[in-house]
Write a protein that binds this ligand. Structure first.
Ligand code: PNW
Length: 492
């Protein structure tokens, strides 16, 4: 009780005004989890037969990570996974969402050579979780493409669809007896539409405006293949469920003008609908097809830069999900910018201008501003646009500075975002069934290296033990899971 009052007081003093937290409760069937990904935590980058991934290569051969760091050791979870299971138990989560490093199972990316040490590692982790009463939720691909496949163009190369389907088939056969929730890909918008810009720093000049769409097209084709493969070969005996984690910001109209309202809606269809529409309706959103076709023609391309699905692909895609998996962190104000045509790129094609509201709270990551109301609005948008699906939040979290143990910003973020989730469930009837905190512990934050932290647990990267210590947010989250309530006392 004392602890709760301290938090409430601290929030008031830090932000001046206090967000009113809901006193609704989480249904008993609602699941709570925490997430990580392989490259961000495992370390052991070249141990026990592991092959080289894109991220091993990027961090070793460029200056692109702000602090010059890499994931060579990170949290050393390859050796310390038992510590990870211990803190998951301490948190009381229902499940752990982690990813499998493709190159730890298949060093070259192809199934000609299976690395038994890698298989043993994930078996130990999965068995340990099951023994602890924690469901293993597995992401197959969280950005660490085998470098050998990166050389042949990764998702831009349609052959990639075959390779990743073979990899998925192997994962189902190895782990599907115990893994019942699968995520094929983590955030294609990030690795298809944001990485081409990063690739420029590597000297790889992808055809921007084309490559984002090609990549996503092949990711969707691969996802559908993997989903159908599971249905035919494994679903009956294993009984699991599959989705693809889609990251999206909420697009809040910058003004009440019809043009801005339409622009914000268009942006949601470009960001989330790009993937959700094919899965729910079997094709890209109409506005995307029309806009990219028109722009392509004005820009002198012979055909639309947005590829076309075959009829078979559309049939395979439609319904290829068992729930909607949503990664959500933040919101941007969105204004119409259709009067000016810029150079071809996915980012420009939505014909919007986006920026942040200065009244929103900040985090240590410039892109992550705090606007919990946007979360509820996004959930309602998904319910209304995509046939009232089951929604599983596969990531949500807050960035702060290294070594903040008294992490009030994170507590406030989790509290307010979960509060909006509760309102969406109880007042708007959105079927959200699970929430995943990003991240279980501090880890390698991609281009931000170790300068920005997302963990509920602190990791002492200077110690050889990589000691995990709960931050105050871990205690808060544990309390929420235990009481199913965000405040001192909840109503019915
Ligand atoms: C996710 N955005 O990436 C990733 O899945 C994680 O690996 C990562 O550590 C985490 O979020 C925190 O960054 C995102 O710009 C990157 O909205 C950018 C955005 C969202 C998610």
């Amino acid at each position: 009780m004392l602890y709760r009052s301290i938090i409430a007081f601290a929030l008031i003093s830090k932000w001046g005004s206090c967000y009113e937290v809901s006193n609704l409760t989480f249904p008993s069937s609602f699941l709570f989890g925490a997430a990580t990904s392989a490259y961000q935590i495992e370390g052991a980058w070249n141990e026990s037969g592991k092959g080289v991934s894109r991220w091993d290569y990027i961090t070793h051969s460029t200056q692109i990570v702000v602090d010059g760091s890499n994931g060579d050791v990170a949290c050393d979870s390859y050796h310390k996974y038992e510590d990870d299971i211990a803190i998951l138990k301490e948190l009381g989560v229902d499940y752990y969402r982690f990813s499998i490093a493709w190159t730890r199972i298949l060093p070259s990316g192809l199934t000609n050579e299976i690395n038994q040490d890698g298989v043993d590692y994930y078996n130990s982790l999965i068995d340990g979780l099951v023994e602890a009463g924690i469901q293993p939720w597995v992401t197959m691909y969280h950005w660490d493409v085998p470098q050998a496949l990166n050389y042949i163009g990764d998702f831009s190369n349609p052959t990639f669809v075959d390779y990743v389907t073979d990899y998925a088939d192997l994962l189902f056969s190895l782990f599907g007896d115990r893994v019942k929730t699968w995520i094929t890909f983590n955030e294609p918008i990030t690795f298809c539409a944001h990485f081409p810009i990063a690739s420029a720093a590597l000297g790889v000049l992808l055809p921007v405006g084309v490559s984002e769409y090609l990549c996503s097209h092949n990711v969707l084709r691969a996802h559908a293949r993997i989903y159908r493969l599971y249905q035919l070969k494994y679903k009956y005996s294993q009984g699991g469920r599959i989705s693809i984690s889609l990251s999206t910001e909420y697009a809040e109209p910058a003004s009440d003008s019809p043009a801005d309202i339409e622009a914000a809606h268009r942006k949601l269809l470009f960001d989330f609908g790009w993937y959700a529409y094919p899965l729910v309706y079997g094709n890209y959103p109409r506005v995307m097809i029309d806009t990219v076709r028109n722009l392509s023609s004005i820009q002198g391309y012979p055909v639309s830069r947005l590829p076309i699905f075959t009829l078979t692909e559309r049939l395979m895609l439609r319904g290829a999900y068992d729930f909607i998996a949503l990664n959500h962190y933040t919101t941007s104000l969105t204004a119409d910018a259709s009067s000016e045509i810029k150079e071809a790129s996915f980012m420009n094609d939505a014909l919007v201008e986006q920026y942040k509201d200065p009244t929103w709270g900040n985090s240590s990551a410039s892109w992550l501003t705090v606007y919990p109301e946007g979360f509820r609005k996004l959930l309602v948008h998904i319910k209304e646009t995509y046939n009232d699906p089951e929604i599983v939040v596969t990531e949500n979290g807050f960035a702060d500075e290294p070594d903040e143990f008294n992490d009030l910003g994170r507590i406030s973020y989790i509290q307010s975002y979960l509060s909006e989730l509760l309102k969406a469930v109880h007042e708007d009837g959105v079927k959200v069934t699970a929430y995943t905190a990003w991240s279980l512990m501090d880890n390698f934050e991609w281009y931000n290296g170790f300068t920005v932290r997302f963990g509920l647990y602190h990791v002492d990267f200077d110690s050889s033990n990589k000691t995990r210590t709960p931050k105050d947010s871990a205690s808060y989250y544990r309390n929420v899971i235990e009481t199913r309530c965000l405040v001192d006392v909840c109503g019915e």
